[in-house]
Design a protein around this ligand. Structure first.
Ligand SMILES: Nc1nc2c(c(=O)[nH]1)N[C@H]1C(S)=C(S)[C@@H](COP(=O)(O)O)O[C@H]1N2
Ligand SMILES: [Mo]
Length: 329
């Protein structure tokens, strides 16, 4: 698409101050010997029986930690301040570990090695690849992206990782593949939420092939210049910033190319509220709440939500021939 993009979210060089601030704060906290954990609010309420607190095991060294930080790609800067790391890593949606936001301790039970990723369906030759080998093959970069949850909270974070297109190229899909389905691990021993059998585990999300190969679609393997925290979807998760956050499926173990549009986790549970396309649009309310504004984590501020979450100039072209679809739900 050779058109000139005016990126109104481009950021002047001076905006690097936010980064400096969060790094300084991190150093101060580390110096005091208190990590992010102390900042976590206790759960305000409990639902179901899945929230037995799990003590965090001793900190393990991530075998990929030497790879980070990676160089930031300035093309994807965002004009608003970065969310404090302590917020982004303690306020999470990860239903495998509980249907509330305070899952960061429970998620520490997830073993990250060995971590095998299956690539199959309509590809020249299906294969399985270990996460560390995949990392070696992919060109890593950092991108600051907005993230907008369908529940109307939002954050701005530096993901590290690679373009999903690089993985699609490695997979060599057949020309007839139209969609890419992505699945989360399944392990009821470590993920208590997966014992709640009314959910259609494993968590699955899908993109049309042109979305999956769009330059903005990103596989994130790190956050704030470090390996991905477990609660944020280690070791690899999707980041599709123009769509509601539930599309950004975590802790991936499978990429399956298919001719048929996959039915995603939330679509299967509640298709009327959470559809396949799920592009952000402030003018189309969720059946139970407005999507006009969003709460920025860690600031107490509400700001207007933007069409395609501010990425319209990048992605609107994907949808010009799909006007009859439910693009914004
Ligand atoms: N496997 C899995 N992936 C998931 C979810 C989940 O519950 N399970 N929640 C989604 C939702 S609703 C959001 S908003 C984001 C939250 O990502 P974060 O915790 O890193 O902010 O993850 C998405 N990916
Ligand atoms: Mo979400």
């Amino acid at each position: 698409m050779p058109f000139k993009r005016k990126r109104d979210w481009d950021l002047p060089e001076s905006a690097a101050t936010d980064e400096t601030r969060y790094l300084d704060r991190r150093r101060v906290l580390a110096g005091l010997g208190i990590g992010g954990a102390i900042l976590a609010a206790p759960a305000l309420f409990r639902m179901g029986g899945d929230e037995t607190p799990v003590a965090a095991p001793p900190v393990e060294t991530d075998p990929s930690s030497g790879l980070y930080p990676v160089a930031r790609n300035a093309a994807y800067a965002v004009e608003r301040a970065l969310t404090p790391e302590s917020e982004a890593t303690t306020y999470n949606n990860f239903y495998e570990f509980g249907s509330h936001k305070n899952i960061h301790r429970a998620a520490q039970a997830l073993p990250l090695r060995p971590w095998e990723i299956r690539i199959d369906g309509m590809v020249e030759k299906p294969f399985t690849i270990g996460f560390d080998e995949l990392l070696r093959k992919m060109p890593l970069e950092e991108r600051v992206y907005r993230h907008r949850c369908v529940e109307a909270w939002a954050m701005t974070v530096p993901w590290s990782g690679f373009a999903l297109k690089s993985l699609v190229d490695l997979a060599r899909p057949l020309g007839s593949a139209k969609y890419l389905a992505m699945e989360t691990f399944e392990n009821r021993e470590v993920a208590p939420g997966q014992n709640q059998r009314w959910y259609p585990w494993p968590y699955l999300e899908g993109l049309a092939i042109d979305e999956a190969t769009h330059e903005l679609a990103f596989v994130a393997t790190g956050l704030y210049g470090k390996p991905m925290p477990k609660q944020n979807g280690a070791p690899l998760r999707l980041a599709v910033p123009w769509k509601y956050g539930f599309k950004s499926v975590k802790s991936l173990v499978r990429f399956r190319f298919t001719e048929q549009r996959p039915v995603s986790f939330w679509e299967e549970l509640q298709g009327r509220e959470y559809g396949f396309w799920a592009n952000v649009n402030p003018k189309i309310p969720h059946p139970r709440w407005s999507q006009a504004t969003e709460r920025l984590l860690g600031t107490g501020k509400r700001v207007p939500t933007r069409i395609y979450n501010g990425y319209g100039e990048f992605v609107a072209g994907l949808y010009s021939d799909r006007k009859n679809e439910r693009l914004f739900m």
